[in-house]
Design a protein around this ligand. Structure first.
Ligand SMILES: C[S@@+](CC[C@H](N)C(=O)[O-])C[C@H]1O[C@@H](n2cnc3c(N)ncnc32)[C@H](O)[C@@H]1O
Length: 260
């Protein structure tokens, strides 16, 4: 199906969990946090559900889930992880044009999706349309302000920020709050979940060069190679040892938006 300029993850499906997975502790803490929000507001729609890193544990914790994603291979992985059976309804679809009638969900969630969607405001409008009054939208806004943010900013300066991010800029959480306020929703920040990481610069740049991250897919190969070489040289000066874990713990921040 047409992606409307969004970035489907077909080519990442095989390596997604390996390269973006959550630790068991972070996964359990996330499930606990979200389950408390969702128990009284079901079913819950997850847009960009992917391989089910969030949706599958919530389903196993008793939350009635429905998933939408542009990528059949990502949904295929989710089914594989659920012993080959459909754990809950999964629909290949676009978050900016949801195939549901109004007011059918009690809640919705989105993690690491809206930065991939040029028309992310339309996706929010759609979520508000399909979630009932007094429901909640749960949106993960990331993430590190530390060394990895600095490295990302350095790459942005070489490649161009718009090449690296087609949708919402999570470092500008106020944009999301404003868009949600315009839709009548009130923001709450949920307690931070901490995620352990063993990511080193050596592994990160290797993964960038291997095209593991979605932002690399639309950058011309020569430009990417040049930007990576330059950022590596800068990173070596700035942070030293390429085999050091740069940020052993990073915050994962969820915002809840209560609908009127
Ligand atoms: C970075 S992955 C996140 C997966 C999952 N939410 C997680 O936290 O692991 C982003 C997912 O969003 C999907 N996606 C991107 N744009 C989309 C859109 N407009 N509608 C639905 N899914 C979309 C991609 O195919 C991919 O599976």
């Amino acid at each position: 199906m047409s992606s409307g300029g969004s970035i489907p993850f077909d080519r990442a499906a095989e390596v997604y969990d390996e390269t973006r997975g959550l630790s068991a502790e972070a996964s359990a803490a996330t499930t606990d946090l979200l389950r408390r929000e969702l128990e009284a507001r079901q079913p819950c729609l997850e847009i960009g559900v992917g391989t089910g890193l969030i949706g599958l544990p919530l389903h196993r914790a008793g939350i009635r889930m429905v998933g939408v994603d542009l990528s059949a291979p990502m949904l295929g992985k989710l089914v594989e992880k659920a012993e080959g059976r459909l754990p809950f309804p999964l629909i290949i679809g676009d978050a900016t044009r949801l195939p549901f009638t109004d007011d059918v969900f009690g809640a919705a969630l989105a993690r690491h999706v809206l930065h991939l969607v040029p028309r992310w405001r339309d996706a929010l409008t759609e979520l508000v349309r399909v979630v009932r009054s007094r429901g909640v939208l749960l949106i993960n806004i990331g993430s590190s302000k530390g060394p990895w943010q600095e490295i990302g900013d350095h790459l942005d300066a070489r490649i161009g920020e718009t090449a690296r991010r087609v949708g919402l800029d999570f470092s500008r959480g106020a944009d999301l709050d404003e868009a949600m306020a315009a839709l009548g929703a009130r923001a709450r920040e949920l307690p931070t979940v901490w995620q352990e990481s063993d990511l080193t610069m050596a592994r990160y740049f290797g993964e960038v060069e291997a095209g593991v991250y979605s932002w690399t897919w639309n950058v011309l190969p020569d430009l990417l190679a040049e930007a990576v070489a330059e950022t590596k040289a800068w990173g070596g000066d700035r942070f030293g040892d390429f085999d050091r874990v740069l940020e052993p713990r990073s915050p994962s921040v969820w915002r809840a938006y209560d609908l009127p």
